[in-house]
Design a protein around this ligand. Structure first.
Ligand code: CO
Length: 140
């Protein structure tokens, strides 16, 4: 599942809302900053992100603009105990649907931009270890 391209959501149904709730619960319980649906076994283009600035839920997220480059350390709830440095865009503009099915966009930078890019990668079957340098095991 983690290696598959996730499917586009055609309609924001009650099941999608339930999925969003479940994903936020899972992310917070694991003290993560983001989660993509394939990480809990659902092949749908749905992500949640909270880097400490509030919960963002996005359905069918897309990066529509990207600027600059930044390198920082990442980990992933699906690859526990591993970390590495990943080069990503420094700023991105992202669009998608919110839980009401309305189109929304976010212009974000820094860690939030990183979190969005990491989660959107999951929807393409890409895991951070594919892109990381200096990949290493963390002391448990
Ligand atoms: Co991840």
């Amino acid at each position: 599942m983690l290696r598959e391209k996730a499917k586009t959501v055609r309609e924001v149904t009650p099941n999608i809302l339930k999925l969003l709730d479940n994903m936020a619960d899972t992310m917070y319980a694991a003290k993560g900053v983001g989660l993509a649906a394939p990480q809990i076994g659902v092949s749908k283009r749905v992500i949640v992100v909270d880097v400490g600035e509030g919960l963002v839920e996005l359905i069918n997220p897309e990066i529509i603009e990207a600027f600059g480059k930044a390198v920082d350390t990442e980990g992933c709830l699906s690859v526990p105990g591993m970390a590495g440095e990943v080069t990503r865009a420094e700023k991105v503009v992202i669009k998608g649907l919110n839980r009401k099915g309305e189109e929304v966009s976010y212009r974000v930078c820094g860690y939030m931009a990183r979190a969005f890019q990491h989660e959107i990668d999951h929807l393409e079957g890409v895991v951070f270890v594919d892109k990381a340098e200096n990949l290493r095991k963390l002391e448990q």
